[in-house]
Design a protein around this ligand. Structure first.
Ligand SMILES: [Zn+2]
Ligand SMILES: [Zn+2]
Length: 132
């Protein structure tokens, strides 16, 4: 699968038995449909988070193409907290694209338990370039 941003081939990483596609160039992450829920691990919170998604039809950012179906993805606002977190979502529902740090951000916003494994793993994985 190629990165929708820089077109490099992404590598597959395994996080707690969930396979994620990761771009080593831009540090973006692709999650297939359903994988975010698996990563969050807490069904109620995952549902709450997914229900907070809002399509931003007026977004000026250039749309990206889904690495699976090659159609333009929709800019999607997560929740209502500031600063606005905007991710890319395939219209067909193939999955979600997270720019660098956004997956970590969304998991923080899901208000998971403090010792949530995925949150810790992501912090370990990306701590070198987060919080810049
Ligand atoms: Zn990339
Ligand atoms: Zn797609």
């Amino acid at each position: 699968m190629d990165c929708p941003v820089c077109k490099n081939a992404m590598i597959t990483l395994e996080l707690e038995e969930v396979e994620i596609d990761y771009c080593t160039e831009c540090n973006g992450i692709w999650l297939d449909a359903g994988e975010l829920e698996l990563l969050l691990g807490e069904p109620e919170k995952a549902k709450h988070l997914l229900n907070s998604f809002k399509i931003d039809s007026k977004c000026a950012e250039k749309p990206r193409k889904c690495p699976i179906c090659d159609k333009k993805m929709q800019k999607t606002i997560v929740g209502s907290s500031k600063p606005t977190l905007l991710i890319d979502k395939c219209r067909r529902g193939d999955g979600l694209w997270f720019d660098r740090g956004e997956l970590h951000d969304i998991i923080n916003r899901a208000e998971l338990d403090k010792d949530n494994k995925i949150q810790r793993l992501l912090t370990d994985m990306f701590s070198y370039d987060l919080n810049k």
